[in-house]
Ligand binder design. Structure first.
Ligand code: GLN
Length: 197
């Protein structure tokens, strides 16, 4: 399996080691490819879009021609996981702030996002969330996290925190408001790997 990690910003190494651990547990061979330029996405079996600043990541992906490649493979059914800023980028619709700044989104998932959902006082925090399909709560690390405020019929809600949707899946697309790569718990990376063909 060739797993591409968009390597513009964010916890690239942490995602790479979480995938390595998850592949070891699942006994699936994996190669991690860090993506900074166009031409690599089409050869990947799965893609991870890490956190960071969604405006920066979105603009650079567009400038580098990575965005159109991701849209194409996403429509072909290749699994894509977006965490935090990655969740924002997967969304079809943003909040007022997103719309006002016209930041580019990939517009793949039928969700609306609130870009800075938890406000300044709660810039970063941890919480135990129940994640559908996992046998015990996941310790979720939120860092200036977004949330999903509306989800279409094809979207399966996987986790909520304080009534806000913080994890969801639409077929081959997985969006998380928190950072599963930061806790040493690889169950969500394993969940993602189970989405591989
Ligand atoms: N709030 C950030 C954004 O708008 C995302 C934060 C994160 O990825 N840790 O891009």
């Amino acid at each position: 399996m060739r797993i591409g990690v968009i390597a513009i910003q964010g916890n690239i190494e942490e995602h790479a080691s979480a995938i390595k651990e998850a592949s070891r547990i699942a006994n699936i061979g994996s190669e991690i490819i860090k993506i900074k330029h166009k031409g690599i996405v089409p050869s990947c079996d799965a893609i991870i879009i890490p956190g960071g600043e969604s405006t920066t990541i979105g603009r650079l992906m567009e400038k580098e021609g990575i965005s159109s490649e991701i849209k194409k493979i996403a429509r072909a059914g290749v699994p894509i996981m977006g965490t935090c800023a990655g969740l924002i980028l997967l969304a079809k619709h943003g909040d007022e702030q997103v719309e006002k700044t016209k930041q580019p989104l990939l517009e793949l998932m039928d969700i609306r996002v609130n870009r800075n959902a938890f406000g300044r006082q709660k810039e970063s925090f941890e919480a135990q969330v129940d994640f559908k399909g996992l046998d015990s709560p996941f310790n979720a690390v939120f860092i200036r996290a977004p949330c999903i405020t509306e989800a279409g019929r094809e979207v399966e809600v996987l986790a909520r925190y304080d009534h806000a949707i913080v994890a969801a899946r639409q077929k081959n697309l997985l969006a998380l408001a928190f950072h599963p790569e930061l806790t040493g718990d690889f169950r969500i990376h394993l969940y993602f790997m189970k989405m591989f063909k």
